[in-house]
Design a protein around this ligand. Structure first.
Ligand code: 3PG
Length: 325
């Protein structure tokens, strides 16, 4: 009988979906969602693995006491809330569930795009206020418009397929997308500048890292069409928030829909909340029944295999850990 592996569930992940760990007597699940600071560091001090979503920040400080920790399991895809370098120094594998929320994120992108194009949230607010105002909510058709995608990986390519079904033309900036894959998506490859300048709708689908931080800023908004709509269902920080607010106020673009923010939760008094032509959601890309079930099972299996057999080939820091051995 192997030793009991203790797994801390530090975020909102349904235990029912963690069956590969919960139903295996070699694991003990400890659910303590919402821990922060010292409480999180103390809770991680005596566990073999910790499971998180984006609400839990794993910092260098929170790892300081985690002498037993071997695995950080992200029930989702983004690792910008995890200090991967600090984990690597401690030989802690950072595993993700990269496929499970792809469809949900792509579908939310389409929901926000349609909401923005047809002013659905504003019309709904007006109806609830007792009005019947058809004039203020005239929108645009997506048919025949150009969708500029920055990034066409898992999520971006699913957005492309759905937008093609709406009759949109797709132009993509993605340095690693092959011509064959672009052809498969019925999309045209272009430079970042051309995608920005030619888009009726611009949607980013890239992770947040040093190369993508501020990818859309003042200079980029200045080159966009005044009728353009901007979507960010990827990561706060990829779109510079101050520059976006200015572009909206100056009518350099026509509107924006955002699911993600530089600081989450978005402060209650943040100017986005009163900005014109903005649709906001609170980081809901992966918040569906289906996505949460898939990512939880995916991460539970990956963490199980890592703890039992040392299988960490899919870890985001696998190569860096191997290099330190
Ligand atoms: C992700 O990175 O997987 C998505 O942004 C979802 O994040 P969440 O699990 O914190 O909702």
């Amino acid at each position: 009988m192997s030793a009991l592996h203790k797994v801390l569930v530090a975020d909102a992940i349904a235990l029912d979906n963690l069956a590969p760990l919960r139903d295996d007597s070699r694991f003990e699940l400890v659910a303590k969602p919402g821990l922060k600071g010292d409480d999180l560091a103390n809770a991680m001090a005596d566990v073999d693995a910790v499971l998180v979503r984006s609400a839990t920040r794993i910092t260098r400080e929170s790892l300081a006491k985690a002498t037993r920790l071997k695995v950080i399991g992200r029930a989702g895809v983004g690792v910008d809330t995890i200090d991967v370098a600090a984990a690597t120094e401690r030989m802690i594998a950072v595993l993700t569930a990269p496929g499970g929320n792809t469809i949900s994120a792509a579908e939310l992108t389409m929901a926000l795009l349609l909401s923005l194009a047809r002013k659905v949230p504003a019309a709904d607010r007006s109806m609830r206020a007792g009005e019947w105002d058809k004039k203020s909510f005239s929108g645009i058709e997506l048919y025949g418009k150009t969708l500029g995608l920055v990034g066409a990986g898992r999520i971006g390519s699913q957005v492309a397929k759905r937008a093609r079904a709406f009759g949109m033309n797709i132009v993509v900036y993605d340095p690693i997308l092959t011509r064959d894959k672009a052809r498969e998506l019925d999309a045209e490859l272009a430079s970042l500048d051309d995608v920005i300048a030619g888009a009726d709708v611009l949607s980013v689908h890239v992770p947040l890292n040093d190369a993508t931080r501020g990818l859309l800023g003042t200079a980029q908004f200045a080159r966009m069409r005044p009728t353009a709509l901007v979507l960010n269902v990827a990561r706060g920080g990829v779109v510079d928030e101050t520059a976006l607010l200015t572009a909206l106020q100056r009518k350099q673009i026509a509107g924006a829909a955002l699911d993600v923010y530089e600081n989450e939760p978005l402060p209650a008094d943040h100017p986005f909340r009163s900005a014109p032509n903005v649709v906001l959601t609170p980081h809901l890309g992966a918040s569906t029944h289906e996505a949460q079930e898939k990512v939880a099972i995916e991460i539970a299996e990956a963490v199980r295999d890592a703890l039992l057999d040392g299988t960490i080939a899919q870890a985001v820091n696998a190569a860096a850990i191997a290099g330190r051995r």
